[in-house]
Ligand binder design. Structure first.
Ligand code: HEC
Ligand code: HEC
Length: 324
């Protein structure tokens, strides 16, 4: 009996040490390093960043395969050298992981996965057969998500993972915050105009993201009809659009939701003396009755110089964000 027990124990011992069955799905966690001073990014528990997922998202972003007609990739309209915008009032892809209101008029609300569902299913109308019958993608999706059949949700998760890595926080403005650089006198004057009641830009272009991610009528038109009202059905929202981030603004011309201004000089002239009255103009446009904030030429140049300190050269050349 004792002998029998011993054999059982010994075989149990060896069984325990024997080669374990390798789990096939073991993606490598991706360590997201955020710019100093940025708040934590909340990432859905069911879409943690992995090296395989981020790489797959990047590959998809640059591949016209997602387009039903295989004509355009995301990167056709979202160009890195323009902070992932392009010459047509395309919203840039910078620090999107903290946003929850999407598109100029807020047609989509929710996580990056939610806006990716819109891009993939409604905009590109991706044909899943093209991916499932592809020579490489089934294997890449399997490595990233442990799946055998590619569904929309997997494409959306991979793209969201890639977009969460596209963070810009190494502009001159950031370097000054970290004590690594100093503003010129002109830039300092511009900063003062931006962040005080004189220019009053900081209420809407707020926080480290230079956007409050909310909808405002910034007095562009005398008779607006379009805007956030198309989503809410509320006439009080006529003429309201999302305050866009001003990070990398130097690279993202033309400006405003309809690209009406070709240059930042024109935008500054508008805020200085081009404001138009309409019933829904935001109360934060405090100088409406004066037609604008009435800047001198020196102040205009200073404000422009400050806006250019938000340019992050490293972001628009970072090889992690392209497939060159
Ligand atoms: C034909 C050009 C074009 C293509 C292709 C394209 N986009 Fe866009 N994208 C735009 C335009 C224009 C906007 C702004 C539209 C609006 O707000 O009404 C936009 C907006 C977005 C936004 C919202 C940004 C924000 O701040 O709200 C995201 C995210 C986005 N695109 C991601 C993608 C992804 C991912 C792909 C590929 C799956 C893609 N886009 C393909 C032109 C394009
Ligand atoms: C009441 C909120 C508000 C204030 C105050 C405000 N903005 Fe804006 N800004 C917006 C909104 C909303 C848009 C987008 C409007 C549109 O496209 O219809 C915008 C657009 C812009 C754009 C174009 C961005 C792009 O990507 O096209 C720039 C540049 C800009 N603002 C700079 C400034 C400056 C500089 C100031 C201060 C002088 C300022 N803003 C004050 C809300 C505001």
């Amino acid at each position: 009996m004792k002998q029998y027990l011993l054999i059982v124990l010994i075989s149990l011992f060896f069984w325990g040490c024997g080669p374990k069955e390798e789990p096939e799905f073991e993606p490598t966690p991706y360590k997201l390093i955020l710019p100093i001073g940025f708040p934590e990014m909340s990432i859905p528990a069911n879409n943690s960043l992995t090296i395989e997922g981020v790489e797959l998202g990047k590959k998809l972003y640059y591949d016209p395969i997602l387009d039903k007609n295989q004509a355009r990739a995301c990167a056709t309209c979202h160009l890195q050298e323009k902070s992932f915008s392009s010459g047509q009032a395309v919203l840039p892809h910078v620090n999107l992981g903290w946003q929850h209101n999407w598109l100029w008029k807020g047609e989509v609300q929710g996580s990056l996965e939610d806006i990716m569902a819109f891009e993939v299913q409604d905009f590109f109308e991706t044909n899943l057969d093209n991916l499932n019958s592809h020579a490489e993608y089934p294997m890449l999706f399997n490595k990233a998500f442990g799946i055998d059949k590619i569904e929309y949700v997997h494409i959306e998760k991979a793209l969201a993972q890639f977009l969460r890595t596209m963070n810009s926080g190494n502009s001159k403005f950031d370097k000054v915050q970290r004590g690594e650089a100093a503003f010129t006198n002109e830039e300092s004057l511009g900063l003062e105009l931006f962040f005080t009641e004189k220019g009053d830009c900081f209420h809407c272009h707020a926080t480290t993201f230079f956007s409050d991610n909310q909808f405002h009528n910034n007095a562009l038109d005398a008779n607006p009809s379009l805007g956030y009202n198309e989503v809410t059905g509320d006439t009080l929202d006529v003429g309201k659009f999302k305050s866009p981030t001003l990070r990398n603004i130097e690279y993202t011309s033309p400006y405003m939701h309809d690209g009406r201004y070709a240059s930042l000089e024109e935008v500054i002239d508008f805020y200085s003396e081009g404001l138009q009255h309409s019933p829904t103009v935001d109360p934060l446009m405090k100088q409406l009755s004066n037609g604008g904030i009435q800047l001198t030429n020196e102040e205009k140049t200073a404000l422009l110089a400050f806006l250019k300190t938000l340019s992050d050269q490293e972001f628009i050349t970072n090889p992690d964000f392209n497939v060159k």
